[in-house]
Design a protein. Structure first.
Length: 94
């Protein structure tokens, strides 16, 4: 399955049970959307990750053993994101 970015280029993809987690490059990405999302095996977006604040975009992601995503944002947040829903489980400002 080919995944095409919405706005910028794909910076990272992580294969998971429910599909592929995609993170697009934050440079030039619109602030009113999330650059981190899950695409299912049919190419449909399942969720777009909740953002810790309106102008924050994701800059790094890592899949943890407990099936959560550890993320960093452009506004200095460290967030744990739920893989099933895309919702923020916890966040802290660095």
């Amino acid at each position: 399955m080919e995944i095409r970015p919405f706005f910028t280029m794909i910076e990272k993809m992580i294969q998971v049970t429910d599909g592929v987690v995609v993170m697009e490059d934050h440079n030039g990405f619109p602030f009113n959307d999330s650059n981190l999302y899950l695409v299912d095996t049919h190419g449909q977006v399942v969720w777009k990750a909740e953002k810790p604040e309106a102008r924050a975009l994701y800059s790094k992601i890592k899949l943890n053993e407990d099936r959560t995503l550890s993320t960093f944002t452009t506004h200095g947040y460290l967030c744990e994101v739920d893989l099933k829903s895309g919702k923020i489980i916890s966040k802290s400002r660095l």
